[in-house]
Design a binder for this molecule. Structure first.
Ligand SMILES: [Zn+2]
Length: 702
């Protein structure tokens, strides 16, 4: 249905009164805004759009991520007038912009450079426009890089002195498109780059043969770099070392592409900030984060189905930890996605505070106005397809008004954690290659740990293995399959200095070449845990296996949980058993052990983590006084998050259910408490909070 301009104008309320210019009057501003595509709409409604954004107290807008065809309609001819005009209209209302560097090429690009399109694993050139317009190029193609450089350089030169450009988002959700069941890209440029990458890593072809074990079946002993082709899916059936290197190379390729664009902008406009918005596990985001000014994450909490709210929290904690600082949500769901679940009244507001509670200092809703055409038809904007302002706009407007009252407090606070989960992309990728064997991968294991902590309101960082762990009281290492001496040393130093390390099954099974260690497991960490893995089995449905805590054990005493996917019988060389296996032939074998190492303890779980088991252990640590929950509160549908300032903290209490909740919170001690929404103040160490469905309270405690 064509959109009538008259309807557009009639359906919106015109709002034009002048007010606060947030960046001029406010000492510290929280970035709240929207992803906006003015190029899709007639210019005479832009004023109205901007007025509505202004009325919603927005101060930031992201522009131009789809706009390459509008910015460079023919090769080397740039049309920035429309973007200048949009930026100027936003500027007039005090709204700054993030400009995206373009990635979805104009139609002249594939016509002019057909060899820039990626090639699948069967050697077929992917047609332009497959999977929408996603990744319609090979990032190693010189013509593609030349065209990207030209447009990014032109944009940076044009906007370098524009004070309203806050910064740049490089690309949009950079990832390989990997159309199932094939992967991309297997073009000659990419093959050659992969060989160069291997050469830089191994130095000689003999070393590569030795390290990745090419004399083992399927035997492929290489005598020349040119003989090496990238492995194709299923990667499980290829040399596992080469398969892991291929995934590392793919990550490095995308990071290099982002770095290439960032360096162009840095040279021309060093004062403008640089980020990119990420969701993909194909990229080592820790590595990528090192050269970004701030971190952004795209969040769709209710993409198709009813989600576990802890998933969004985990990703926020994870991306916040990338730079150990705050982060932005560059896209936050504000309506339905492809005819999926509609946010209930209150949910968009709830999602906003959930992200803020986990450390977000910037949030942009996706998107302004609903696109009537194209592949994102039925991806709703804040106004729906009929362009009326409905409850979702007024909910967001209410959030805007609230945020402007809270922002100085929010911006003076940050998240702090005593507990960390160790994450490495080597482990994400290596366990993904073998997921069908284990029925488990790293991310599932990590979420089990996270959920066990989330249920107990324990703040957590998700950090890379070589970071400084000394500030943490407890560190979990879920499914830490790939180990090297440097990481092993970091873990040992951490425990020696008083830390508590908790690891689970299949720890340190493999070296960094994705080969199996030949020493008794857990290999490089055997002395740290004081055990050997003496036997193991897989868990099948109907096994009725249990793990039973022993009487008198310092933790997990007389508790029980079901093992997950894999079980190990632990041999005690120097550790104490805390629990034993029950059921089948492992009956009675140690299942959980603890070893004193220096001033700390290394705890080993002879199965994969489950939320059930982690929850029970965490409760013991809380009862023992080792770690403190943000609040004592027993309701699995209510989330509590905290940001700490110099002399106050903000508590975010979030009802994730569609029911009324009367929540009783017990705090560690008596605080002076102020409800920042209703202004009510009191002193207490216990309070009852009334929460409507999907409601949020923000309390300031001193
Ligand atoms: Zn390629």
């Amino acid at each position: 249905m064509a959109i009538s301009r008259k309807n557009l104008l009639n359906n919106f309320t015109f709002l034009s009164k002048e007010g606060t210019m947030y960046f001029k009057n406010s000492r510290k501003a929280f970035f709240l805004g929207v992803d906006y595509y003015p190029e899709e709409w007639p210019p005479d409604i832009w004023d109205q759009d901007v007025n509505l954004m202004y009325e919603a107290k927005f101060n930031i807008v992201r522009l131009a991520d789809y706009a390459w065809p509008m910015l460079e309609p023919s090769p080397g001819r740039f049309t920035f007038d429309w973007l200048d005009e949009a930026i100027e209209k936003l500027n007039a209302k005090g709204i700054k912009v993030i400009l995206a560097t373009p990635r979805y090429p104009p139609i002249w690009f594939p016509k002019m450079y057909p060899d820039a399109l990626p090639v699948d694993d069967q050697g077929r050139r992917i047609r332009f426009g497959r999977n929408g317009a996603w990744m319609s190029y090979c990032p190693h193609n010189p013509n593609f890089l030349r065209c990207i450089e030209r447009i990014v350089r032109a944009l940076a030169e044009h906007y370098k002195d524009n004070p309203n450009v806050y910064g740049w988002q490089i690309d949009n959700e950079t990832q390989w498109s990997d159309p199932y069941p094939n992967m991309v890209c297997y073009c000659e440029y990419t093959k050659e780059k992969f060989r160069e990458w291997l050469k830089a890593k191994y130095g000689s072809i003999e070393k590569l043969n030795e390290k990745i074990g090419t004399k083992f079946f399927p035997i492929q002993i290489y005598s020349d770099w040119g003989e090496i082709d990238p492995p194709w899916p299923p990667l499980r059936e290829k040399n596992r070392g080469l398969a892991l290197d291929w995934l590392r190379f793919r990550s490095d390729s995308l990071i290099e592409l982002i770095r290439f664009e960032a360096s162009i902008i840095r040279n021309i406009a060093p004062h403008q900030k640089i980020t990119t918005n990420r969701i993909s596990h194909q990229i080592d985001n820790y590595k990528l984060s090192k050269f970004l000014d701030f971190i952004s994450y795209d969040s769709y909490p209710k993409y198709r189905r009813e989600p576990d709210p802890a998933v969004a929290s985990m990703y926020y904690d994870w991306f916040r930890s990338m730079k150990n600082t705050s982060f932005w949500v560059m896209e936050l769901q504000s309506g339905i996605f492809f005819l999926g679940k509609m946010p209930r009244p209150g949910e968009i507001r709830k999602w906003t505070y959930q992200a803020i509670g986990r450390g977000a200092d910037g949030i942009l809703y996706f998107r302004w106005r609903t696109t009537p055409y194209g592949v994102e038809q039925f991806v709703y904007g804040i106004p729906g397809p009929d362009n009326r302002l409905d409850r979702r706009y007024y909910e967001i407007k209410k959030v805007g008004e609230e945020i402007r009252k809270l922002e100085e407090h929010i911006c003076e606070t940050a998240c702090k954690s005593d507990v960390a989960i160790l994450c490495s992309y080597d482990n994400i990728w290596s366990t993904d290659i073998e997921k069908d064997d284990y029925g488990r991968n790293f991310l599932e294991d990590m979420f089990s740990v996270y959920k066990g902590l989330w249920l107990n309101h324990i703040p957590v960082d998700i950090v890379e293995p070589l970071c400084d762990l000394t500030k943490y009281k407890i560190v979990f290492t879920p499914f830490f399959y790939i180990m090297n001496e440097e990481i092993a040393l970091n873990l040992k130093e951490y425990v020696k200095n008083g830390g508590i390390l908790i690891s689970d099954a299949r720890l340190a099974v493999k070296n960094e070449y994705n080969g199996i260690f030949s020493e008794p497991l857990p290999g490089l960490l055997t002395d740290l845990f004081g055990i050997t893995i003496d036997d193991h089995d897989i868990v099948e449905v109907g096994d009725n296996r249990r793990i039973l805590g022993l009487e008198g054990a310092p933790i997990f005493a007389q508790k029980e949980a079901s093992p997950v996917a894999w079980v190990e019988a632990l041999g005690l060389s120097d550790a104490d058993a805390l629990a034993i296996h029950k059921g089948t032939w492992l009956d009675g074998a140690p299942a959980i052990t603890m070893h004193k190492y220096g001033g700390g303890r290394a705890i080993y779980i002879g199965t994969f983590f489950s939320t059930e088991l982690v929850n029970l252990m965490v409760r013991d640590f809380i009862n023992g006084g080792l770690i403190k929950p943000i609040a004592n509160l027993d309701d699995s549908e209510v989330e509590v998050a905290r940001r700490d300032g110099r002399d106050f903290s903000l508590l975010f209490i979030i009802n994730h259910s569609d029911k009324y909740k009367k929540v009783k919170l017990r705090l560690e001690k008596t605080y002076s408490i102020e409800d920042l929404f209703d202004g009510r103040s009191f002193e207490s160490n216990a309070l009852t909070v009334d929460l409507k469905p999907d409601d949020v309270k923000v309390l300031m405690v001193k």
